[in-house]
Design a protein around this ligand. Sequence first.
Ligand SMILES: *Cc1c(COP(=O)(O)O)cnc(C)c1O
Length: 362
Amino acid sequence: MIAKEITKVHNFGPGPGILPAEVLQQAAEACINFDNLNLSVLEISHRSKNFEKVMEESKALVKELLGLKEGYQVLFLGGGASMQFAMVPCNLLRTDGKAGYVNTGVWAGKALKESKIVGNTVVVASSEDKKFSYIPKGYAIPTDLDYLHITSNNTIYGTQIKQFPKTSVPLVCDMSSDIFSRKVNGNDFALIYAGAQKNMGPAGATMVAVREDLLGKTGRKNLSMLDYQVHIKGESMYNTPPVFPIYVSMLTLRWLKKNGGIEWIEKINEQKAAAMYHEIDRNSMFTGTTVVEDRSNMNVTFIMHKPELEPEFDKLWKEAGISGLRGHRDVGGYRASLYNALPLESVNALTEVMQAFEKKFA
Ligand SMILES: *Cc1c(COP(=O)(O)O)cnc(C)c1O
C-alpha cells in the first residue's frame, strides 16, 4: 500500500533536500509499477524504450528551463557534483592553458583542488579572508583563461552570486544548490553542472549542460568515464546511468514546469527568503552570518547571540515539526535551506518558533 497523503515535517535539510510530495507519490508508485509495465522503475533496462523517453524528456526539460539555445549538450552522470570538480579541468583545461577559480567556500575550494592536479590553475578572487561571508566583486579576470569557475550558491556559507561576472572567458558554474531556483540565462555559461540532490531530485545523478564546441581541445588523452565527448556520444548511457535519480529528477522538473516554471518558483523563493531574513533582522536573539547584499535565497545561515540557549531553541523547533535546521560545522548556528519544494508555510512555521523563542528568553 502506498500512502496517498504523505504527512511531512517541515524539511529545511541542506541536502539531500526536500522534494514535492506529489513527486514522492509518483516515484513510490513507479517503484511498484512503472509506465503500466508491471515492472518497477528499479528493475527496467536503461536501454528500454520507456527509459529512453525518460532520458529524452529530462534533457528537454533542462534545456527549456535553462533557456539553452543550439550547441549545448545535456548529460546526466554519476559521481555527484564532486566528480565534476575533476571532469571540468580534464575536459576544458589545455596542457598549455590556464584555469581560473573564484574561491567562495568549501565546494569551490574542492573544485579548485582538482584543477590544480590537472594543470595550471589560478585563484582569480577569494573571500577566504572573511570566512567566506561575502561574494568577491570587481576582480580582474585574465583574458587568457581556458575558463573561469564560479559557484552560484554557497550552500554551507549562505552566500549567492546575484550578478554573474561579465567576461569573454568561458564561464563554468557549479549550480548544485540553486539550479532552477531563479531566472538565469543558461547561454551565458560554457558549462553548468549540478548534483541533483539539492534542488532537482535524489542523490546519484548530476546534470551537466555543456557547449559542445569547447570540447576535445585539451591536447591530452582523457579516461573514458571522465570524457564528456564519450558521454555525449553514448547519450548519457555509455555506462548504466543512475536510472531512478534521473526519473525522479524528471518528475520534479515536470512539477516545476506544470506550476509555472522558473518565474513561478523564483517569486516564491524570494518570498521565503524575505520572510526568513526579515525575522532574523527583527529578532533580538539571532543574527545573520553573511553580508546582506550577498545573502542566499536558498541557504539562510544565522547564529544565536547567546549560544548557550541553543538547546532551548532546538527543543522548540523540533516540537514544531521542523527538521534539518542545524548549521554546517564550519559555520555553526543554524541553516534554513529553502529549496524549491519547501512551501512558504514551512518558513512561517519557523519564523513563528523564532518569535516564540524571543518572547520566552529575550
Ligand atoms: C552539495 C554540493 C556539492 C557536492 O555534491 P556531491 O553530489 O556530494 O558531490 C558541490 N557543490 C555544491 C555547491 C554543493 O552544494
